[in-house]
Design a protein around this ligand. Sequence first.
Ligand code: LLP
Length: 408
Amino acid sequence: MDNIFVPSIKIAKKVEQEFGAPVYLTNVETLKNRIQKMQKNFSWENTKIFYALKANYNPEILKTLKNAGLYGVDAVSPFEIELAKRSGFLPSQIIFTASNPSSEELEFAHKNGVLLNLGSLSEIERFGRLFPSTKVSLRINPESGTGEDKKMNTGGKDSKFGINVSQIQKAKELIDKYKLVLVGLHFHVGSGFYEAQVFKKALEDNAKIALLFENLEFIDVGGGYGVRYKLNEKEIDLKRFSVEVTPILEKLSKEFGKTIELRLEPGKFLVAESTVLLAKITTIKTNGDKKYVGLNTGLNHLIRPSYYGSYHEIINISNPKGKKQKVDIVGNICESGDVFGRERELPEPREGDLVAICTAGGYGASMGSNYNLRPLPAEVLLEKNNELKLVRKRLNFEELLNGLGYKI
Ligand code: LLP
């Protein structure tokens, strides 16, 4: 059975010796397995996967996914478009789904030949004025959303994303006014769901809206497919999503007299489980009733536990057979919220032990920062025959300051 990636003690030690810690370590096999799994499970004849690059924009990871069969990229900023292009994706293989883009950004995407997913009446108006008679897609705000945490729910009438269903008529008027050609409808219910109900309802609503637009080519159902955070956890059943999608797309295809394309925009699903953040225990201390295990990494390298309250499995790689102790695992950043896990049962932690924080490949490095002037970790790929490849170095003092635009 394939599982979330956890390196062996031998590999972890080798990585630490060669590249130091903290370090992000990604298993290439897991990356390949994820993209293939998604392709296999969605059986609609015209399905295209657009990777949500924001989850992890390491160019080597993007290249690995591309070589393993990834079709395209969902970009949210001009630089993401630029990176996708320089990584060999054609403009037709990139879609731009920005949140509140400026007119300059709309222009940048269009001039690069990239289709835009417009998410507000304002964007339709501004884009229509700039580029009448061109193709567009609309991001519809689903009437309800879902996700791992309320900060990851991107639907519901008060959400900041997309065009509310109640505004569709107005959107159509603007589309007609500027002779825009609507080729796609898009929705994204949220990030980290495991059940299909909310997703299915949003798709049904989009299928109804689709009938208003005669040039429709695709429906983009967004990303959000849940991942595993614990060892031996059951995987999301992607087949179920495919089963829900098929009759809706069949019906729509019949109505349009052509096969409507299905677009998927997974981020986390493709990258999260492939990667661990390897860190070292620097300090063991007791304060009051608490035993703290302090690591040489913090919320600047992986913000998910403190920002969303996400659970990430933490494994004592160096002492797997040690007697279990109940501890709080915390970081080295000067913030009380810099906590990776509370009341975890960890095999006897010792200063100098290596720990792996799992499922860290999605929104780990990409949401990282240099807060407290601690540089981001290096990123390393574990390739075939256990070969290691450095795909981002950890910056030294001069490089970091200069990279930030400061002169030193
Ligand atoms: N498409 C759109 C329009 C999105 O807004 C997102 C994520 C995705 C696709 C990809 O979603 P995914 O498959 O990765 O769940 N930082 C959070 C997740 C926020 C995602 C925002 N939008 C995290 O750490 O889990």
